[in-house]
Design a protein around this ligand. Sequence first.
Ligand SMILES: Nc1ncnc2c1ncn2[C@@H]1O[C@H](COP(=O)(O)OP(=O)(O)O)[C@@H](O)[C@H]1O
Ligand SMILES: [Mg+2]
Length: 279
Amino acid sequence: MSESLRSLGLGIIGVANQKGGVGKTTTVIELASGLARSGGRVLAVDGDPQGNLSLFFAPGGGKGSGGGAGTRMGEGPGRGAGRDFSDLMGDLLAGKVPRIEDYLVRRVRKGMDLLSATHRQLRRERSESDLLAVAPAFAALLAGLRASYDWILIDTSPSNGALERMLVRSCEAVIIPLEFQLFSVAGLQSILDEVNACTLEAGHGIRVHSLIFTKAENRVARVESYREVFSAFRIPIFEVCKSEYIPRSLERSRTIWESGPSSFAARDYARIIEKAFLE
Ligand SMILES: Nc1ncnc2c1ncn2[C@@H]1O[C@H](COP(=O)(O)OP(=O)(O)O)[C@@H](O)[C@H]1O
Ligand SMILES: [Mg+2]
């Protein structure tokens, strides 16, 4: 029996790991664009105040005005309604009932919209209690978008605070990118504990759906024993091979589908889309 996200009816997916550099943003880029290419309606949410996802998909910042030098106003992707994630949080805190459409950058790729983060240092602007206070409203807003999108993918920052908890609470499922290292086991356990705590706060289930080992090198010794250790968690494991195509294509703002569709990394992400999402 298939346990894909689609067959489980789960569409709001967080990509989370409190560790940096494990491939969260890369995974959101390739999965979101890949799902859109396969005909899905996709919203990517940049939940990392560093804004790496936004830089990739909307280098103009998505601001209609006030974006400063370098903003390509009125040009192609990057042209948005002029408001971003940080503005949305501000409006939610002010008790407004925002129309989320007003905050999105449209069509960063065919079939794909973006809620961007434009270097506004959301974390510093908003206190922990503020973020937790708006968490239910934010979750309700995303839930309301489920009719408009097949998939909502949320990138998160390499941290473990109120912002990340707010984002995970609004998810129906979480995917965890990891590197094959023994000390990732402790990290994984702490993510699972964190998701459990969020489940209690959110009052609905949040399923840790799969682990993705990014930068997998099968030639490296001990990988088999790592696989065994991680399989004890009984969460489906996927792998994406270490590939020079990934950093090279990201540098050029190209997804793997655009820059290396026949690469091994594209094959691996395509398999995840098929098995974990669509099957
Ligand atoms: N499969 C891969 N093979 C090689 N490099 C990768 C792979 N996946 C990610 N990277 C590289 O690892 C670095 C960190 O990835 P990133 O997605 O930014 O991590 P995070 O968002 O978790 O901090 C980037 O330079 C990215 O290009
Ligand atoms: Mg990132």
